[in-house]
Design a protein around this ligand. Structure first.
Ligand code: PLP
Length: 359
């Protein structure tokens, strides 16, 4: 197989060790005679996989006992609607911070359920920085405040958890879950699609504080109802069982790496190197305010966009895949999740320097 580095934003690369283990267990999971894909989700074998998955996530993220872990279908996008449907609890408004494309989508979905107060927006400067906390307009009668700690497309990331008083804080951590330590107890809900930093596509993890469970609006289908799913350990119907299994393998891999604190240091180093290379170059630049730069998604543009095609073609030829920026912002983007080894960053930096030298 040719050696490639895959910088896709999601679905994205998985640790090679995880894929090899899945391959080894593909036809016969631990002597069961079955592939995980073929197992009853109610059988003892799969129940043990599900149990380990939940325990490992709770341990890795230090999730307190008063939070439930749900694995639901419908992706992170589903949660844009299921969150207001589950936790408005009769209130008619919610606050949203708009820091980019994913915030905007969350806002658009929430508008079907309540009045959305956009407490702050980075739109005026093209989402290249996070609005100062002191400028946020928070309504303390709102049901919750939603924000996007890492904007996957615009490459802006909160470095701290904002203090929003008593409002339940709701966060879409799809693209930076497991990449850095976070204090879960500061949140009402955190959620993420699995396909960026946790495994393959097919599920969203929703970590929800107990007091926000049991308030769903009437008519919400049971499979989107946090209380009903929590009561059934996310198995009200057939779960995305193979996705659960692979996420479980990724969590075991992460534990073997030393957990989140260890991977966070590596992530910090990887991002710092890549930004330094971009900042030093005469060809590449990153538009995001230095303090708000994402460690996971690094967008960059070429000084001459006539070179974009040649850059992408040469990169692909040399095994650097999926560097094209999102269609809404153009340019390039390197997504450098946990599974991207530091050697991949070193190789990319070398490639970029060589491309600059020859163009
Ligand atoms: C990818 C992404 C989503 C969408 O996830 P789906 O699982 O495809 O619905 C939502 N929010 C953020 C921040 C993302 O990066």
């Amino acid at each position: 197989m040719t050696k490639v580095y895959n910088f896709s934003a999601g679905p994205s690369m998985l640790p090679a060790a995880v894929l090899k283990q899945a391959q080894a267990e593909m036809l016969d999971w631990k002597g069961s005679g079955m592939s995980v894909m073929e197992m009853s989700h109610r059988g003892a074998e799969f129940m043990s996989i599900a149990k380990a998955l939940h325990e490992d996530l709770r341990e890795l993220m230090a999730i307190p006992d008063n939070y439930k872990i749900l694995f639901l279908q419908g992706g992170a996008t589903g949660q844009f609607s299921f969150i207001p449907a589950n936790i408005l609890a009769g209130k008619d408004k919610a606050c949203y911070i708009n820091t980019g494309a994913w915030s905007e989508k969350a806002i658009k979905s929430a508008k079907a359920y309540c009045n959305v107060i956009v407490s702050a927006s980075g739109e005026a400067n093209n989402f290249t920085s996070i609005p100062e906390r002191s400028t946020w307009n928070i309504d303390d009668q709102a049901a919750y405040l939603h924000y996007t700690p890492n904007e996957t497309i615009h490459g802006v990331e909160f470095q701290d958890i904002p203090d929003v008083g008593d409002l339940p804080l709701v966060a879409d951590i799809s693209s930076n879950i497991l990449s850095r330590s976070i204090d879960v107890s500061k949140f009402g809900i955190i959620y993420a699609g699995t396909q960026k930093n946790m495994g393959p596509a097919g599920a969203a993890v929703v970590i929800v504080r107990d007091d926000l469970i049991g308030k769903a609006q009437k008519g919400l289908p049971d499979i989107f109802n946090y209380e009903k799913q929590a009561n059934q350990e996310s198995m009200l119907n057939t779960p995305a069982s193979y996705t659960w299994y692979l996420v479980g393998l990724v969590l075991q891999w992460l534990k073997a790496q030393g957990g989140i604190a260890a991977i966070e240091q590596i992530n910090q180093r990887k991002a710092a190197k890549l930004y330094a290379a971009i900042d030093q170059s005469g060809l590449y630049s990153n538009p995001v305010a230095v303090a708000d730069r994402s460690r996971m998604n690094v967008p960059f543009i070429l000084a001459d966009n006539e070179l974009d095609k040649a850059f992408l073609a040469t990169a692909k030829e040399q095994g650097f895949l999926s560097l094209k920026g999102h269609r809404s912002v153009g340019g390039m983007r390197a997504s450098i999740y946990n599974a991207m080894p530091e050697s991949g960053i070193d190789a990319l930096i070398q490639f970029m320097a060589e491309f600059e030298r020859t163009h």
